[in-house]
Design a protein around this ligand. Sequence first.
Ligand SMILES: [Zn+2]
Length: 315
Amino acid sequence: MSNESTRTRESASIRVSLAEALAAGHLLLADGGTGTALQAEGLDAGEYPELWNFDNSDAIRRLAQRYAEAGSDIVYTNTFGGNRIVLRSHVLADRVAEVNKLAVQLAREGLAAAGRSDCYVVGAIGPTGDMLDPYGDLTHEEARDAFLAQATALVDAGVDALVCESFAAIEEAAIAVEAARSVARVPVIASMTFEQGGRTMMGVTPELAVQRLTDAGAAVVGANCSIGPEVVEPVILKMRDASPETKLLAKPNAGMPQLIDNQSVFPLSPADLAAFAVRMKDLGIAIVGGCCGTNAEHIVAMARAVGKCRRATGR
Ligand SMILES: [Zn+2]
């Protein structure tokens, strides 16, 4: 046996990269919601979640810790709105690199507190919130530069992968994936948000999403947020039929929120998400998790259901 394969095996026993874990074909469990979980900790609905990286670092660390303890193999950074164009309207406008790097560090500290050095940190990149030319004023170049700056900061801070998530416009999603890919070194996940009826708000079908985003260089393509499993599941089936070789991600909300006493209440229970996770495992998808309205309890149930129970008893 060559020295090279021995070395490969030794490093693998220390820590398998996320690319290797994806290639191995086992189901990876992602985390639950970020924004809604922080709201449960006191973040106001109108407040900018990324500010908490500075102002409430403990809550950001704890969130990663809770998800890692619950059984997540992957936690997302608190950087969904961490691009220059979203930050423009906040006090963080000049702090793109700083806010993204800090978020990665806090996620790592949370994983360390959970004793989960095997858990992956994935840098979250959300849409700009602006419409691209010709529908709006945002030029392709401005969008590319903004995603590139954010992806560079996240990769410099040592993320294991990048995820471009919650996109509704295919062109913007493709620009984000291409920018993230150009920073290279780590896998890029691309995930769009689909509405009832199975298309994004901009009319993108699952078939178009999986083709265009795979072409853009995404290692994994999928659906997140949306109304919940009832929308995400048929979308995933269509993506699989359109591109059986593509690795898929499903990270739905805990159903359609209802306003009860001025609070958004998400109806789906941990058991509901656990049943969904089992169906996704049976389909052979790469990554399953939850989005808005899902919390550590949902992840615990999903972890148990797919045979990844990690939470110590009595915790
Ligand atoms: Zn969501």
